[in-house]
Design a protein around this ligand. Structure first.
Ligand SMILES: [Zn+2]
Length: 271
């Protein structure tokens, strides 16, 4: 799983390691993963310096010194690893982004997971999505407004990238727990106070996960002892049959719009 916290941790690692670094080569196992032509790669990628790395929702964006952007998406099961040719990931990497002696490996990538885009191209692709969950411009009022047309369960809406980006199956459950709201609670039932709790919980849950290293299953490098440390901190996610650490009630697994969700029926209510 790679949701906002896991991608934010990658962003920090990549920025620390590669900002100011020059891309000396790129290797792709399958041309579907990165559909740029050889000519485009030679002209717009090789020899270019990474100026800045940002995370937008579920995407990482590398800003190159020629104004172009490399947009990287990590789907289910995909991960990144930074090492040398000798110190490479155990699974086959579909992408090798080479910075001299150091290689950024992409494992488990699928079609179009890496794209070379202009600034306009990035906006066309990502502008249609809702605001990033940790965007400073996402005030409480705007947060509530994003859900104005939603009538269903809060978990489903939290995971809808047209509403807010960066939250998936895992952190939507954790946010609902922290806000004392059931994941299957219906949005029209909510009062302002419910939204305030959800807004607060979204920030605290995501920021805490980032500070603990997220829940990623693969280390970013041989030196990385941070990634995945948050996995033991989950309050409800994947804890079916275990006791709620807040009240001792058994955590249940329920179905919310054909997705599993985890809930403490004592701590979490309909509003
Ligand atoms: Zn509880």
């Amino acid at each position: 799983m790679q949701e906002l916290p896991e991608l934010d941790i990658y962003r920090t690692f990549i920025a620390e390691q590669f900002v100011g670094g020059q891309i000396t080569g790129i290797e792709i196992s399958n041309t579907k993963i990165f559909q740029a032509t050889d000519e485009q790669i030679e002209r717009d990628v090789i020899g270019k310096v990474v100026w800045f790395v940002e995370r937008r929702g579920f995407y990482l964006v590398m800003h190159l010194d020629n104004g172009k952007r490399l947009l990287l998406h990590l789907g289910q099961g995909a991960y990144l690893y930074s090492g040398s040719e000798a110190d490479k990931p155990s699974r086959t990497a579909q992408l090798k982004l080479i910075f001299g002696e150091t290689v950024l490996y992409g494992v488990g990538l699928r079609a179009d997971d890496l794209q070379l885009l202009t600034v306009k191209g990035i906006e066309e692709k990502l502008g249609k999505f809702g605001p990033d969950a940790l965007d400073k411009r996402l005030t409480l009022d705007r947060f509530i407004g994003q859900f104005a047309k939603k009538r269903g369960a809060i978990k489903t809406a939290l995971m809808d990238q047209n509403v807010i980006t960066g939250i998936g199956a895992v952190y939507s459950d954790e946010i609902c727990f922290a806000a004392s709201v059931r994941p299957d609670a219906k949005i029209p039932m909510f009062e302002n106070e419910t939204w305030e709790r959800l807004y607060e919980a979204m920030h605290s849950v995501l920021k805490e996960a980032i500070s603990h290293g997220g829940a990623g299953e693969h280390a970013y490098s041989a030196e990385d002892d941070l990634t995945g440390k948050h996995r033991d901190q989950f309050q409800v996610y994947d804890r079916e049959g275990q006791v709620c650490q807040n009240c001792g009630t058994i955590i249940e697994k329920i179905d919310v719009s054909n997705r599993k969700a985890f809930v403490c029926s004592n701590c979490q209510k309909d509003q």
